[in-house]
Design a protein. Sequence first.
Length: 181
Amino acid sequence: MAVARESILALLEETDGRSELYDGELREKPQMSFGHNDTLDVLLDQVKSQLSRNLHRVRYNSAHLTVPNGNSYIPDLVIVPVSAFEDFLSNRRRFERYADPMPFVVEIWSPSTGSYDVDRKIPGYQARSDLEIWRIHPFDQVVLNWRRQDDGRYVESAARGGMIALHALPDVTIDLDALWA
C-alpha cells in the first residue's frame, strides 16, 4: 500500500501541481468561470495588501494541502505562515505541499467544481484543523465560513456583506461588498 501511495504522490508532482488527489485518484483542477476568477482577484488584492511578507505569504491555485485521509487539495487561496517554508528553503525545487494547519483557506464556488468542493474539500480542511475556512459563492453573493474553536469544533456562519475580520489574523479584514462590486 505504501508503494502505491508513494507512486501516486510522485505522479501528483509530475502534473506540475495542477491535479488534486481524491481517494487515490488524480483529478485535474478544471478551468474556472469568470465570476470565480474575478472574485479571487479582488480577494487576493485585499489579503495581500494587509499581510507582512515577513510573516505570511498568499498562495492561490498552487499550494497543496494534505488531508489526513491521504487526499491532497489545491485551495483557491491559502495564507501560509512563513515558518512553514523552512523545509523548502534548502530545496526550492521541492513540491509545495503542507500538512500543518493554515490560518485561512478559501474555496470559491464555480460551476466546474461546485458539486464536490463543499462535500469533499471543506470536511478535509476541517480534518486538517485549518483555523478558518471560507466557501465564497460569487453568484449568490454569500460567504459561508467555518471557524475552528479552542475545543476543536467548528462554528459555521454566513455573511452577505460588510467587513469581516479573519479569525486567526484579526488585523486582516475582508470587504465583502467589494467582492460583489
